[in-house]
Write a protein that binds this ligand. Structure first.
Ligand SMILES: [Zn+2]
Length: 371
């Protein structure tokens, strides 16, 4: 039947390659599935392998395929596919999420990468599913990948799977910086409890603020309507595009890495909301720099000293054009104004390593926790 020695060798090779995946790799069982023409994984972490396919793959490729299939169940691609109808497309999207990291990709089996769906790398399967181009599925990774209904009588149950996921994420988190591929890093960050929340909440707050503003319709004379008579100036119906400013606390007490990540997150949310350019103000006690940037990476985080975010919000409020949404990223050790500037919604991303002071109630606040 299955060449058990070959499977064992491949599993050891896989665990040596990605040590943080070892527990998950060894939690899977491998079972013969003659005639299926594929090697896939089911919802209960059982690798169902056609012995002929095992036979045809060199040990190294089999090892990489085991990593790939284990990644499907560790990243809960089946659970995340709930409610989706294009299962084969989801399988490819999930493959793209895994194969994002060049060193993990298997060239000949389960080959789809973000480029194959016409997407930029560095995203999650949900993005590739939405934005990716449809195409034929070249490898069936099983119900553990595409989430199709499947009677798995034994294997890993829901609770044990959740523990294996958290354990794997914690292992990844414990690795020295730079040793874990970006895709695994992103996944681990999305799973660890302290980190999952703030991104969603921050995204929701920023989106809500932007939507509230862009939903407003006013009658404005800024742009004349086409008019039948040259002497009559009619108001035009204007749907304002919200202007967003980000006020960044650059005082010495800030955590640079956390701040950079928060900034990148805000940028991504705004980009998804269709805003290409935002203005960023670097602030400690005084406003250092107001720069219009199109990428968060262009922001120089220089400053130091005491903080006054009130000064930053004030500076944002007098920008032209006037922003309607101000996002403040701070550790919270700052005086605040008594009330927000008129007509401006303020969202505060509060960077915290355990405890923080509360910003005023008139702002929507999201606590952003570090490692
Ligand atoms: Zn796959």
């Amino acid at each position: 039947m299955i060449d058990a020695h070959k499977v064992a060798a491949a599993r050891v090779a896989a665990a040596a390659r990605l040590p943080y995946l070892a527990s998950a790799l060894f939690a899977t069982t491998v079972r013969a599935d003659p005639g299926s023409g594929t090697i896939g994984v089911d919802r209960a972490w059982t690798v169902r392998a056609d012995p002929a396919v095992v036979e045809a793959l060199p040990v190294d490729q089999l090892a990489r395929l085991l990593i790939h299939l284990t990644a499907h169940v560790v990243r809960d691609h089946a659970g995340r596919a709930d409610g989706l109808d294009r299962r084969e497309h989801w399988n490819r999207a999930a493959d793209a999420e895994i194969n994002d990291d060049l060193e993990d990709a298997v060239p000949d089996v389960a080959p789809d990468r973000p480029e194959d769906l016409g997407c930029e790398p560095g995203r999650f399967a949900e993005h590739y599913y939405e934005a990716g181009a449809e195409g034929p599925r070249r490898w069936d990774c099983g119900s553990g990948a595409d989430g199709r209904p499947d009677a798995c009588e034994d294997g890993i149950g829901r609770e044990q799977a959740a523990l294996l996921r958290l354990g794997t994420a914690a292992e990844i988190h414990a690795q020295p910086p730079g040793t874990v591929p970006g895709g695994w890093q992103r996944w681990a960050e999305s799973v660890l409890p302290s980190k999952v929340d703030w991104r969603r909440v921050l995204a929701a707050e920023v989106r809500a603020a932007v939507a509230a503003v862009s939903g407003m319709v006013d009658y404005s004379y800024r742009r004349p309507a086409r008019r039948p008579h040259p002497d009559v100036l009619l108001p035009a119906l204007v749907r304002p595009v919200p202007d967003v400013a980000i006020v960044v606390d650059t005082s010495g007490s800030m955590h640079d890495e956390l701040l950079a990540r928060a900034l990148a997150e805000v940028e991504a949310v705004l980009k998804r909301a269709g805003l290409r350019r935002v203005r960023v103000l670097a602030v400690d006690t005084a406003v250092h720099a107001v720069r219009s940037v199109s990428r968060a990476a262009q922001v120089e985080l220089a400053g130091g000293g005491g903080t006054d975010m009130g000064a930053g919000i004030e500076a944002a409020a007098v920008l032209r054009p006037r922003p309607s949404v101000v996002v403040v990223l701070t550790d919270g050790f700052t005086p605040w104004p008594d009330r927000p500037p008129r007509g401006i919604r303020v969202v505060v991303g509060l960077l915290s390593d355990g405890w923080h002071e509360n910003p005023p109630e008139w702002a929507r606040t999201v606590v952003i926790e570090g490692a």
